[in-house]
Design a protein around this ligand. Structure first.
Ligand SMILES: [Zn+2]
Length: 109
């Protein structure tokens, strides 16, 4: 879970990401956080390939990653969401208070 969500459920007294820059929201995790630069690079590569294969005129922007709505097909939208899901799944997260590692969005809650 992202710290902002953990905070909202009352399990943590701080919503701030371990990088210390900001609240750990989905936007922060996907677009900003310095801890996931390598994973984000792979995500952007995957999404670029999807757009290229589809010969889409859509530009790869932050807002496209967050809500791919205009100018792409439902299939491309699903492919981009799958790439996002892979990023979330393989970004191992450290639970600061418990010292455990886990995926941000756990596949089996
Ligand atoms: Zn961060």
């Amino acid at each position: 879970m992202l710290m902002d969500d953990v905070h909202r459920t009352g399990l943590s007294d701080k919503p701030v990401c371990e990088c210390g820059r900001d609240r750990e929201t989905a936007d922060h995790f996907l677009i900003v956080c310095s801890r996931y630069e390598e994973e984000r690079k792979q995500l952007r590569n995957s999404v670029s390939v999807i757009l290229e294969l589809a010969e889409s005129n859509e530009q790869l922007t932050d807002s496209l990653l967050l809500s791919p709505a205009n100018g792409i097909t439902r299939k491309q939208d699903r492919q981009i969401k799958a790439a996002l899901f892979r990023l979330a799944l393989f970004s191992v997260h450290t639970d600061g208070e418990q010292g455990r590692n886990y995926a941000v969005f756990h596949p089996h809650p």
